[in-house]
Design a protein around this ligand. Structure first.
Ligand code: BGC
Length: 358
């Protein structure tokens, strides 16, 4: 549709991910598997700006995307994840970030956003789509019993507001992270979630650039499961389409015609978890449905790959300061490196178990 930010644009491939994939493919000796692996570099993912140090890369990508758009005549769209809140990842440990609330975190975060805005405004011909802060608002819906989340609440809200209002000024299309079916999709969580998201949207001035919500980011749920995975334990919203169909009308009732994007990057194989809440490097996962705007749903702008498949969810090394015991569960692939770093064995499984196949 005309309102779909992807319409009329070609997605710029993240050079960072393409390099990771090319290096990984070279390490695979089986030639068939290696060429399948190499082909993943052509599938668009999101670039995670998970620290201030990554922001100059964004400037480089925007410049390349702008030049490519001019030379090919096809306008380019750059996909990013805004992910640097102070006291980030308040209910888990694996992805703790660089800023803390106690140590000037909110001001540091505003500076992080300002630097991103400064890059983006130099390239008005490049469209930017952003996922806003995975897990943060969802944690405020269900995890205020965790001290770190309760303590972070006002800072998360103020910081997300800062991100939304300032990125809207430079025309970034945004989707706030909304967890997944097995988190906010439980019937008791839907209304509180809808209330929080609409409030955040209202407080940010109801900008048309705040398109809606992103679901299943870095998770493993199917968009449409053939049948409910037993771990979904009777939740009527046992996959992402049921979750989205339940949440969208609640947002509409509050006046927000929100649309969704859904991560399917690692959702190719179903029924591989022991608990629905398990999230760390799930064994047996395969790459999933390719990114497409042909989603079959009026509510979904695009199926996307947000988590760059092959990057770890968290370390299984119990002596690391970011060790989260979830990464040592029986359904977590081990040994696993630090969150965000390359996990070669895991990538190889994603490739060989890809569905549809590569
Ligand atoms: C990590 C980030 C990383 C992202 C994508 C997160 O779990 O904390 O550092 O950029 O995953 O791999």
């Amino acid at each position: 549709s005309a309102n779909n930010p992807w319409t009329g644009f070609q997605i710029f491939l993240s050079p960072y991910y393409a390099n990771e994939v090319a290096a990984a493919a070279k390490q695979i000796t089986d030639p068939t598997l290696s060429s399948k692996a190499a082909s993943v570099a052509n599938i668009p993912t999101f670039t995670w700006l998970d620290s201030v140090a990554k922001i100059p890369d964004l400037g480089t990508y925007l410049a390349s995307a702008s030049a490519l758009g001019k030379s090919t005549g096809t306008k380019q769209l750059v996909q990013i994840v805004i992910y640097d809140l102070p006291d980030r990842n308040c209910a888990a440990k694996a992805s703790n970030g660089e800023f803390s609330i106690a140590n000037n975190g909110q001001a540091n975060y505003e500076n992080y956003i300002d630097q991103i805005v400064a890059q983006i405004q130099q390239f008005p011909d490049v469209r930017v789509v952003a996922v806003i802060e995975p897990d943060s608002l969802a944690n405020l819906v269900t995890n205020l019993n965790v001290q770190k989340c309760a303590n972070a609440k006002t800072t998360y809200l103020a910081s997300v507001n800062y991100a939304l209002t300032n990125l809207a000024k430079v025309g970034v299309y945004m989707y706030m992270d909304a967890g997944h079916a097995g988190w906010l999709g439980w019937p008791a969580n839907l209304s509180p979630a809808a209330q929080l998201f609409t409030q955040v949207w209202q407080n940010a001035g109801k900008s048309p650039f705040i398109k809606g919500l992103a679901t299943n980011v870095a998770n493993y749920n199917a968009l449409q499961a053939a049948s409910p995975d037993p771990i979904t334990q009777g939740n009527p919203n046992y996959d992402e389409i049921h979750y989205i169909n339940a949440l969208a009308p609640l947002l509409q009732q509050a006046g927000w015609d929100a649309t969704f994007i859904v991560d399917q990057g690692r959702s190719g194989v179903q029924n591989i978890r022991q608990q629905w809440g398990d999230w760390c490097n799930i064994k047996g996962a395969g790459f999933g449905t390719r990114p497409t705007t042909n989603t079959g749903s009026q509510f979904i702008d695009s199926i996307v790959w947000v988590k760059p498949g092959g990057e770890s969810d968290g370390t299984s090394n119990s002596s690391s300061p970011r060790y989260d015991s979830t990464c040592s569960l029986p359904d977590a692939a081990q040994p696993a490196p630090e969150a965000g770093t390359w996990f070669q064995a895991y990538f190889q499984t994603l490739v060989s178990a890809a569905n549809p196949p590569l």
